[in-house]
Design a binder for this molecule. Structure first.
Ligand SMILES: Cc1cc2nc3c(=O)[nH]c(=O)nc-3n(C[C@H](O)[C@H](O)[C@H](O)COP(=O)(O)O)c2cc1C
Length: 206
């Protein structure tokens, strides 16, 4: 039976006036062509996590959710086989809300792929590279191809150009990203299931 990985699309920017909705809407429209996945959107503006305040790191005490919103988000992340971050760039880094999200969970991220559609003067590239470092520590595989919406494309859309038409030129990049994301999400889903089977078998034997 083919594996259909479930991908959570994370919208990092929480600004009221954010640009993020343009790349988000484009990505969501493109996902309709990809029945080899299922997708859901996790919008950090709709799920306001409190600033991380757990006395014990989530790596030590997994799934100890301190609030309803943390549980809702944690369960969404737990159900994912991979992630696609719509990544903004502030002051050559990623934004605080996405770091708070990453720090607030641990096992929910482990051994899953993470991929990036960035935007900014240089396509969010600096934020994405920093997010890759954090993803390493969360035991994730960061997907090599990225989509980078550049300054001139942002300016064009802000100036009134049709967002979907403007971003269409990036479709081959998104296709490359999704192809790799599918490979990693499938491979790691199989590997996680094998790990779980081995753990369950050793628990039964104990
Ligand atoms: C506080 C702040 C810092 C920014 N720093 C950068 C930056 O370092 N690099 C960049 O390419 N764009 C930077 N920008 C411009 C953002 O890329 C642009 O505002 C983008 O729309 C932000 O995403 P958002 O509107 O979805 O929040 C910055 C914007 C803000 C508000």
């Amino acid at each position: 039976m083919p594996i259909t990985p479930h991908i959570v699309i994370i919208v990092a920017s929480t600004r009221t006036t954010r640009f993020a909705d343009h790349p988000l809407n484009w990505v969501v429209a493109e996902t309709l062509k990809h029945s080899e996945f299922t997708f859901e959107v996790l919008d950090l503006r709709e799920h306001t996590l409190a600033t991380f305040d757990s006395p014990i790191p989530p790596a030590i005490k997994p799934r100890e959710y301190g609030s309803k919103v943390q549980r809702t988000v944690g369960e969404k992340l737990d159900g994912a086989d991979g992630f696609l971050v719509i990544a903004n760039e502030y002051n050559h880094g990623y934004n605080a809300a996405v770091k708070n999200l990453l720090d607030s969970f641990f096992v929910e991220w482990n051994r899953k792929p993470i991929s990036f559609v960035g935007y900014g003067n240089v396509g969010g590239a600096r934020a994405i590279e920093q997010l890759r470092l954090v993803a390493d520590e969360l035991d994730m595989a960061s997907v090599r191809p990225t989509v980078n919406v550049l300054g001139p494309q942002i300016m064009a859309i802000r100036g009134g150009a049709d967002p979907l038409e403007t971003l269409a030129v990036l479709e081959p990049r998104l296709e490359a990203l999704l192809a790799d994301l599918h490979w990693w999400a499938t491979a790691l889903k199989i590997a996680r299931a094998a790990d779980k089977e081995a753990t369950d078998a050793s628990d039964d034997a104990a």
